[in-house]
Design a binder for this molecule. Structure first.
Ligand SMILES: Cc1cc2nc3c(=O)[nH]c(=O)nc-3n(C[C@H](O)[C@H](O)[C@H](O)COP(=O)(O)OP(=O)(O)OC[C@H]3O[C@@H](n4cnc5c(N)ncnc54)[C@H](O)[C@@H]3O)c2cc1C
Length: 458
């Protein structure tokens, strides 16, 4: 399944104009009344089919499980738990899908960061479990889209692309693993010429097509799952930042205007929350990337640059990723930022990169530009664990997420029901905590990524 290094390469590192201000994190949690936000001005928000409007949490409420955060982690978990008969309340500071889940590249990619580290620690016995797990999120997404009729432009088809011989080696390694595990979906290693005719660019040395991966409108998926959960009885509260959690036999999740009393709490606030700092500070750091959307491209151009409608992802250390939207725009993402700074113009920083791949797109109008934050953990192993017997957390996917969040939602729901096998694979992995907390940690992440950026140039 590729080297650990390879997995690191393909992770996405993102940041966002509204969110990269570190004061947001403090004020959003500690002074919530000033910080409730609407969706960022993304292509997804502009084209969302389902504009969620759930009430603010006011007064007292009870549930078996209270989930903090309504991104994919929170919503996917809520839906799994509701399907299993639990009563659930989800409390969101802003809107369903407001964070990374509603503004990402929309690429449904197999695997999660840190796979090799887990196998190294627990031995080859768990390799098959990890392999199956790396595709489980796809199954959940496909099942839900069908079962709950969620319109989210879900499409199969994805290609990893390599720029040089070294990166081609990563694709060959991935290909060997697909062979080894008798991967039942279509996949194919492409030569330079085949990659060129698949993507209409000579920018790449090779490609690996995987038809199990794909792409979708992430905000529509998140909102659609939230609606399905709501129909199953999940109480969802928006514009309700959680300011505190009181521990106990029945923990209490508090906001400015109300609280939820539950048997169990799940923290799914990603990189934005500053709850439970005694245990979690200095573990998850904010990084960012940016996306722009062109105007809808004429059919002739779409057929030239991506006739199979694949999601495309580079395998360099610092990746670019792109795909066509359902209405024919090129959504081009990349331009990683590890310091929390936002480029003066997202378009100005991304457009030259797009034109390097597709010079023929010079002059196309850019209709949207936005960014988002991801949570990076130093060892790249998703942070899954418990603060108390009844307070769980799941965060820090280091770039992956559409697939991984759905896997984690199921794993944490299993754990709440008493099945710990897959949960423990993550929970027992040691994590690194940076003394000095979050600001200092971000400098370390920035330095680490500078190293990888230089490696790309060598
Ligand atoms: C620009 C970008 C592109 C990406 N591209 C891809 C991609 O193509 N494929 C892929 O697999 N992954 C991608 N990712 C990563 C993926 O989007 C994330 O890993 C995933 O969405 C994380 O989901 P989450 O639910 O954990 O966090 P989020 O979606 O960020 O949700 C966390 C939620 O918690 C809420 N919250 C925080 N604190 C509180 C509080 N105190 N009280 C109440 N609510 C709170 C926030 O408001 C937020 O809505 C990308 C990320 C970004 C930013």
């Amino acid at each position: 399944m590729g080297s650990e290094y390879h997995f690191l390469l393909r992770k996405k590192w993102y940041s966002d104009p509204a969110d990269t201000d570190p004061t947001y994190i403090r004020t959003a949690v500690m002074k919530p009344q000033h910080q409730r936000q609407e969706h960022t001005a993304s292509y997804y928000a502009a084209t969302a089919r389902d504009t969620t409007r759930y009430p603010v949490l006011q007064g007292a409420c009870t549930a078996d499980i209270c989930i903090v955060g309504a991104g994919f982690t929170g919503i996917a978990s809520a839906l799994t738990l509701a399907e299993r008969g639990y009563s659930v309340a989800v409390v969101e500071a802003n809107r369903v899908g407001w964070g990374a889940s509603g503004r990402n590249g929309g690429q449904l990619i197999g695997g999660f960061t840190g796979e090799q580290k887990i196998i190294k620690r627990f031995g080859q016995d768990v390799a098959r479990t990890i392999w199956d797990m790396r595709w489980r999120g796809h199954e959940i997404v496909h099942e839900r889209v069908q079962k709950y009729s969620i319109a989210c432009d879900l499409k199969s088809g994805y290609i990893d692309v390599a720029k040089n011989r070294r990166e081609t080696g990563y694709l060959e390694e991935d290909f060997a693993n697909l062979e080894k595990y008798c991967f039942p979906w279509d996949y194919r290693l492409l030569s330079k010429e085949e990659t060129q005719s698949t993507l209409g660019t000579g920018a790449y040395a090779a490609g690996l097509i995987n038809m199990r991966n794909g792409h979708l409108h992430p905000l529509d998926l998140c909102a659609g799952e939230a609606r399905a959960a709501h129909h199953l009885g999940v109480q969802i509260f928006e514009q309700s930042p959680v300011s505190n959690i009181v521990h106990g036999r029945k923990p209490r999740v508090e906001t400015a205007h109300g609280h939820v009393e539950a048997n169990t709490v799940l923290l799914a606030g990603h990189v934005f929350h500053r709850l439970e700092q005694q245990r979690l500070s200095g573990t998850t750091f904010q990084a960012g990337s940016f996306i722009m959307a062109t105007e809808p491209l004429p059919e002739a151009i779409r057929n030239e640059i991506n006739p199979q409608d694949l999601a495309v992802c580079e395998v360099s250390n610092i990746i670019d990723y792109y795909r066509l939207s359902a209405d024919g725009r090129l959504l081009y993402g990349g331009r990683t930022n590890y310091s929390g700074r936002v480029p003066a113009s997202i378009r100005a920083s991304l457009e030259p990169r797009m034109l390097k791949v597709y010079p023929g797109l010079k002059g196309v109008r850019i209709d949207y530009e936005w960014g988002g934050s991801i949570g990076i953990v130093i060892r790249r192993i998703p942070m899954v664990g418990r603060i108390d017997d009844n307070i769980y957390y799941v965060q820090g996917y280091s770039g992956h997420g559409v697939n991984t969040t759905h896997i984690m939602g199921e794993i944490v729901a299993d754990a709440i029901g008493g099945t710990m096998e897959r949960f423990d694979l993550f929970a027992k992995m040691p994590q690194i905590r940076i003394p000095g907390g979050n600001a200092f940690g971000n400098q370390i992440v920035a330095l680490g990524m500078l190293y990888y950026r230089l490696k790309d140039l060598l």
